[in-house]
Design a protein around this ligand. Structure first.
Ligand SMILES: [Mg+2]
Length: 227
C-alpha cells in the first residue's frame, strides 16, 4: 500500500528531477557568459558539487577560453586582449541558485593565501551543455586572512548602469545584493563554508579541452531542450 506521504515524496522527486537535472562531481560542463544573446566568453569548468543549495565548479589553470565573434554592445571580452587561457592558479566558483553573484576562491601560487572574490553575475541558468551567466562588473574582494573587504570596479559598474547596459532593474538588484552581503560581512558573517579554502581539485583532473565556438553557440536553455 502506498501511503499519502510516499506519494507526495515521489511526486516531489519527479518534479525535482524534471526541473533540475544535476551535474555529477568531476563532470566537465560549459560555462558561458551570454551578451546580446550570443556567447561572449565560454570556458569549460569541472563540477565539484551540485545540490539544491550550491553549485560549485572549478576553473583550472590553463583552461582555454573561447571568445564569441562580435560585435558586442560591451565590446570584446576584456580577457581577450590578455590571453586565451586562464593564467592564474585554478579558481573555485561557488554560487547559490538565484544569487546575483558567485564567490570565487582565489589562491596564491603556493596556496598559502586565499581571497574570497565576490563576482557579481547573473543568476546561473542551466543549459543543454552547462550553465549560462553574465558578469555584472561589480566585485568585492574579501581577504581570507580576515582583513577588510574592498569594493572593486564600482565606477565601471555605475557607468555601465548609466549607459543602460543592464536589464531593467538589474543594477538596483545588484546594489541591494551587494548591500545585503556587505552588511553580513560587517557582522563578520559569510554564508559560505570557510573550509572551502582548504579544498583541492582531484589529482586526476586534467585541464579540460577548448570549447569549440560551434558548441558554445549551440547550447540551449535546459528547460526548452526537454519540451
Ligand atoms: Mg566581475
Amino acid at each position: 500500500m502506498v501511503h499519502p506521504p510516499d506519494v507526495l515524496n515521489y511526486a516531489a522527486l519527479c518534479f525535482r528531477t524534471a526541473m533540475t537535472e544535476r551535474f555529477s562531481p568531476g563532470q566537465v560542463i560549459v560555462r558561458r557568459e551570454l551578451l546580446d544573446g550570443k556567447p561572449w566568453i565560454t570556458y569549460p569548468v569541472r563540477v565539484v558539487e551540485d545540490s539544491d543549495e550550491l553549485l560549485a565548479v572549478y576553473l583550472a589553470q590553463g583552461t582555454p577560453m573561447t571568445f564569441g565573434s562580435g560585435p558586442f554592445s560591451w565590446g570584446p571580452h576584456p580577457w581577450q586582449a590578455i590571453a586565451d587561457t586562464w593564467q592564474s592558479p585554478g579558481v573555485l566558483q561557488l554560487q547559490r541558485p538565484g544569487d546575483l553573484y558567485a564567490v570565487w576562491v582565489f589562491w596564491s601560487d603556493d596556496r598559502s593565501r586565499h581571497d574570497w572574490y565576490v563576482n557579481f553575475q547573473r543568476p546561473f541558468r542551466r543549459t543543454t551543455h552547462g550553465i549560462d551567466t553574465l558578469d555584472l562588473e561589480l566585485d568585492i574582494r574579501v581577504p581570507g586572512d580576515g582583513g577588510p573587504y574592498r569594493w572593486k570596479d564600482v565606477d565601471h559598474f555605475e557607468s555601465r548602469a548609466q549607459a543602460g547596459g543592464f536589464a531593467a532593474g538589474e543594477a538596483d538588484r545588484v546594489r541591494e545584493a551587494a548591500r545585503e552581503l556587505t552588511r553580513a560581512l560587517d557582522r563578520g558573517e559569510t554564508w559560505w563554508d570557510p573550509a572551502w579554502s582548504q579544498w583541492r581539485p582531484e589529482a586526476s583532473w586534467t585541464v579540460p579541452e577548448r570549447v569549440p565556438l560551434t558548441v558554445a553557440e549551440s547550447a540551449r536553455p535546459a528547460e526548452a531542450a526537454r519540451n
